[in-house]
Design a protein around this ligand. Structure first.
Ligand code: PRX
Length: 654
């Protein structure tokens, strides 16, 4: 048995059939779902062509569905032209201009309802403002904003004029922002004075100024939204307030009709080595799967209120806040702040107040709220909810059951959705009116998604419950197109392993007797902290960039709340820190990493030693470090260890 073929010990036998009343009103019932699968199986391209024609509005129709002549650079619908913003907004105006597109709530409780007409007007005015600042089709625009409606308006405005946005999560530090601006060669930065989270101001403009103080020479202008209202510095000639930028702009703006393959956005995500990768998505294919999945998985219907709690800084906030639901003409909820303000009932209070019918969040949030007990959710009327979803990491069955029982009140199906920044949209998920669910399984691939678990040789694993590599065998419309500035990295990361045949997801998975997929974790050194991917390498680079540090290795340790906690093994210059000096160094290094990357990357634990456990060929023994971090008995063979004495140090025994 090869390394990857791990026998699973987790057995979950509970099965939850879709509630009959949900199925009765669902968009997809068994027959419709089967038809979609059959169409995709018998005529793959014809199936996607039909979906693209039915769900998107084209300026000029496409004649070729899939061009695979330059694989693995696949092109979809490329001789067609369209505009994403037009598809998300304008096409709804004839029938539902007054319908609410976005319900925004700030942490302080301020709310705003934005209709499709208002959204149109604001997006157009801002698109005109971008043009007035010299932004053209193909320019890169970095968006570094709080979770406010204007973030979506900025994204939509870029899409409208064919500019390529790159949203950088507002929790990232100035250094991370700088790296992303420089890699993208962005000419504009859109930010805010500050956001509010956990009762504190997030100093976005200050961080932006710091990022721009060194390098970033491509940036010509910075547009600043007034949100927190506190004093900030504005640099004359470079910085302009959002309200001034739009002041004289008309509320209409002809969309830029772009080819289907025109890049819509870049989104940086962690890999196991090197710096974050600029995942590049195309326009039409991305929007198509954003729509299909909103319809199939979230069963979006006319009167739904859809709340996906993800920040727009992540792919989930792109596909299930800023684009997909709007393309489907739905109403979305956006919340600026922390789920714990003023207390852990905030989500449930908002569900009651805004009559949320579909609620989509991450397992880490569910676990954190579960810990607070059943009383908080019990205090609110959650009867508007009809469907629940999760994303970002495997959900443990206990958290699934709590979500089902306490939030869904045993009435709501749960869709555990597997996908990635690179897939653009959900790939494996229950279809809520059809699929019986099992706590902890993302169940079955959606129509048109050809997913398999294969062994080292790339052959399908047929034995039930045997782990292997999760791969996608056929290209799909919303797939990553390339890694910005580093095409070779795209090929190496996703297509090299199986000789260009399959897309390698980087996860291990197994299928059970019913063919249900169970995600087992990453196969590379990528951590999953609170549902967000972080490269161990990024944290290690940040640590060694500190003057006091000589060498560092970072691994994940299973964590009840966050999925994975970050454990760093650090070698310092001079004496190994001990006692108070060690505590002070831990504090200093945690803050340092926070500054270099962002708070989510701060190691939860730092251990010091005189060296790292290495093989005679000089490779760090990561598996051994993982055992040590988890305080497990050491199972790795340590006989090849160059420096065996450091193991005891790292275990904290000496
Ligand atoms: O390991 C898988 C995990 O999150 C990774 C993708 O991370 P990211 O690109 O940041 O996107 C997260 C939101 C789509 C995957 O490779 N993951 C995501 N969803 C699930 C999951 N693991 C298990 N179950 C899921 N439902």
């Amino acid at each position: 048995m090869s390394d990857i073929e791990i026998n699973s010990i987790l057995t979950e036998t509970r099965l939850f059939e879709p509630p009959a009343n949900f199925t009765a009103n669902a968009r997809l019932k068994m027959a419709e779902l089967e038809t979609l699968h059959q169409q995709a199986d018998s005529d793959y391209e014809g199936f996607w062509a039909q979906q693209a024609n039915a769900l998107l509005d084209w300026h000029t129709p496409f004649s070729k569905t899939l061009d695979d002549s330059n694989a693995p650079h696949y092109q979809w619908f490329n001789d067609g032209t369209m505009n994403v913003s037009y598809n998300c907004i304008d096409r709804h105006l004839a029938t539902q201009a007054a319908k609410t597109a976005i319900i925004f709530e700030g942490e302080n409780g301020d709310t705003r309802h934005i209709s499709y007409q208002q959204l149109h007007d604001e997006v157009c005015a801002f698109a005109n403002a971008l043009k007035a600042q010299g932004i053209k089709k193909g320019d890169r625009v970095v968006i570094y904003m709080p979770m406010v409606a204007e973030a979506v308006i900025a994204m939509q405005a870029c899409a409208r004029i064919g500019a390529i946005h790159s949203v950088v999560f507002g929790g990232f530090s100035a250094e991370s922002l700088r790296d992303r601006i420089e890699d993208a060669g962005a000419v504009m930065l859109i930010t805010a004075d500050g956001g509010t989270r956990g009762g504190k101001i997030v100093e976005l403009k200050q961080a932006a100024d710091k990022a721009l103080s060194k390098g970033c020479s491509s940036i010509q202008h910075v547009i600043v939204l007034k949100r927190s209202g506190h004093d900030i510095a504005m640099q004359a000639g470079r910085d302009i307030w959002w309200h001034d930028a739009i002041a004289d702009q008309p509320s209409s703006c002809e969309p830029e009709w772009v080819n289907a393959e025109h890049p819509l956005f870049l989104l940086y995500t962690s890999g196991s080595t090197g710096k974050p990768k600029g995942i590049q998505h195309a326009s039409a294919g991305y929007l198509l799967n954003a729509m299909t999945t909103n319809l199939w998985v979230f069963d979006l219907q006319d009167n739904d209120i859809f709340w996906c709690t993800a920040d727009v800084g992540w792919i989930t906030g792109h596909t299930y806040v800023a684009y997909g639901p709007l393309a489907a003409g739905a109403t979305v909820v956006m919340y600026e702040g922390s789920p714990m303000v003023p207390d852990g009932g905030r989500f449930w209070k908002m569900c009651e107040q805004h009559k949320v019918s579909i609620f989509y969040t991450a397992p880490t949030a569910i676990r954190a709220l579960m810990k607070l007990g059943d009383d908080l959710p019990a205090a609110y009327d959650l009867s508007s909810l009809r469907l629940l979803g999760t994303v970002g990491e495997p959900i443990n069955p206990e958290a699934w059951m709590w979500y089902h029982r306490v939030i869904g009140r045993q009435r709501c199906p749960i869709v555990d959705t597997w996908w990635q920044t690179e897939t653009g949209a959900i790939v494996i998920s229950p279809v809520p009116g059809v699929t019986a669910t099992k706590p902890g399984s993302c169940t079955l691939p959606l129509p048109g998604m050809d997913v398999a678990v294969v062994n080292e040789a790339g052959d399908p694993i047929t034995r039930a419950n045997t782990g292997g590599y999760l791969v996608i065998k056929k290209p799909w419309p919303s797939m990553v197109r390339t890694v910005w500035n580093d095409n070779q990295r795209y090929i190496d990361t996703y297509y090299a392993k199986f000789g260009g045949k399959y897309y390698l997801a980087g996860d291990s998975a197994r299928c059970d007797e019913d063919g249900y997929f169970w995600i087992m974790g990453r196969i590379d050194d990528v951590l999953n902290v609170s549902g967000h991917r972080l490269g161990t390498m990024e944290v290690e680079s940040a640590l060694v960039a500190n003057d006091a540090v000589v060498e560092a290795a970072v691994v994940g340790r299973p964590d009840e709340l966050k999925g994975e906690a970050i454990v760093a093994f650090v070698i310092c210059k001079g004496e190994r820190p001990a006692g108070e000096a060690a505590s002070a160094m831990v504090q200093a290094l945690r803050n340092w990493v926070g500054e270099q990357i962002g708070a989510i990357a701060k190691p939860d634990e730092i251990r010091f030693a005189d060296g790292l456990p290495k093989t005679r060929s000089g490779k760090i023994m990561r598996r051994l470090l993982r055992d040590i971090a988890a305080n497990k008995a050491i199972t790795s063979d340590t006989s090849t260890l160059e420096n065996e004495h450091v193991v005891a140090q790292l275990q904290g025994k000496v």
